[in-house]
Ligand binder design. Sequence first.
Ligand code: GUN
Length: 289
Amino acid sequence: MYKIIDGKKVAAEIKLEIAAEVAKLKAAGKKIPHLAAILVGNNGSSETYVSNKVKDCEEVGFKSTLIRFNSDIAESVLLKKIDELNNDTDIDGFIVQLPLPKHISENKVIEAIDPKKDADGFHPVNIGKMVIGLSGYLPATPYGIIELIKRYSIETSGKNCVVIGRSNIVGRPVSILLSQKGFDATVTVVHSRTKNITDIVNKADIIIAAIGSPSFITEKMVKEGAVVFDVGATRIESKETKSGYKLVGDVDFEKVAPKCSYITPVPGGIGPMTRVSLLRNTLVAAKKV
Ligand code: GUN
């Protein structure tokens, strides 16, 4: 019988740990961590992510600030706001929710963020530190995945780990982390141009699915006893929910789960861990001030 990796439960535990840290900071008369989020436009998923991030801050006792811009904002105005936040001593960390409208360069925006305030861990300085094993801010989703690996004592040393997807925010960084000393996995990254994906995924002891394609991972791709992390969170319309939509993962859960030793559900798996990782980065940033 497979076991569920309960990201929601672990994230709730970590939030309590963070709230206790905030209480200690308050009691010692120190600064309360303050996270700011910039949201450009009104993409439905981004709205949900950002409002959840703000809610999380309230829950653990952080201050939060949400800054909104219309989707037609000039790139220069956004860069100016980033400069302001870089220089605002009350803000410990901030994020710019992605994706951005096409006329704005995501790379320029990410590079404009002060690496010391880069709560998302997307700045090249933080990515570079991660690659060579120095401490810095880790991207939130990979950070959440490795925390689950640790808390569930998932064996990674010498294991075949296949990462599906090569995005800068999930696939590539998680592949780097898991190949490093301490995790010691043998990592393969597959992507849209890979030939024979099924054959490669079939050999995986650990599968990390991060492509954003509902039910891409089918039963025949997964070997008996594999550990599966489903990063997918595609929003689809649904008559079953009040909101009118539901989140679906990259894994055909019903069919795949019975073959696994461990599997993360969607929702309630990686999503809550991503959110809590952002809080952890912000807490570290605040303590450094
Ligand atoms: N879009 C999807 N995931 C993320 C994330 O972790 N951070 C930001 N800023 N944008 C995202």
